[in-house]
Design a protein around this ligand. Structure first.
Ligand SMILES: [Zn+2]
Length: 215
């Protein structure tokens, strides 16, 4: 059975999730990189004998992706993300990654596996949906066996939606993406910030959608 562990992260970090199944593990998002050592130690404590096989980025924003280079190197891991996210990471684009907001400098990452509509890493399988609006490269990942949804900054629990005013953001695309997400069959919701929801994920998506309709 798939097990999901939240990795300890610092105040500027996105949520970081470790998805484990059958001895393999995948890391979803990396945080900003400001707390790399603590994140590395938390991953090591959480692996429980599983082998970490790769890092998947939900999107290119610095608070999700800034730790990728360090964690790729320290754990010898491939990096997976959408083609749009990969472009921003290769160029270390300060606008599209939002690193300028943090006064941070990103190093380009050239070696990236671009993902399509599905992603298979050992036994772990995800359906991948490109859901722009918050960021051009944002993907939602649905882990197939448990129907766990990792939605990055598309929606958050308790009525939150991703901001659309950053470079590459687009309100009408965000509306379309959230509209599509309402139809997904999911059992839990793991957003990029704040708490996660394992009881009524579709209710949380509806709440976010209602919130967005007021704009
Ligand atoms: Zn973001």
């Amino acid at each position: 059975m798939v097990e999901i562990t939240q990795i300890e992260a610092g105040p500027f970090d996105s949520n970081i999730f470790l998805v484990k199944d059958n001895g393999s593990a995948v890391l979803i998002d990396t945080g900003s990189g400001f707390y790399n050592k603590a994140v590395e130690e938390s991953i090591n404590r959480s692996l429980d004998g599983c082998k970490l096989m790769g890092i998947v980025l939900t999107h290119e924003h610095f608070d999700h992706s800034g730790g990728a280079k360090y964690l790729m190197e320290i754990f010898s891991l491939p990096l997976y993300c959408s083609p749009e996210c990969a472009r921003a990471m290769r160029e270390a684009d300060p606008n599209l990654t939002g690193s300028f907001l943090f006064g941070a400098h990103m190093e380009p990452i050239m070696d990236i596996e671009e993902i399509g509509p599905e992603l298979k890493i050992n036994g772990l399988e995800f359906d991948v949906h490109l859901t722009p609006g918050h960021a051009p490269g944002l993907v939602c990942l649905i882990e197939r066996s448990g129907k766990h949804l990792f939605c990055g900054d598309l929606v958050f629990c308790d009525g939150g939606v991703g901001r659309w005013d950053l470079p590459g953001g687009d309100l009408s695309l965000l509306r379309e993406s959230i509209e599509r997400s309402r139809k997904w069959d999911v059992s839990s919701l793991y957003p990029g910030h704040g708490r996660y929801e394992t009881k009524d994920p579709k209710g949380q998506i509806e709440l976010a959608n209602r919130m967005l309709s007021s704009f």
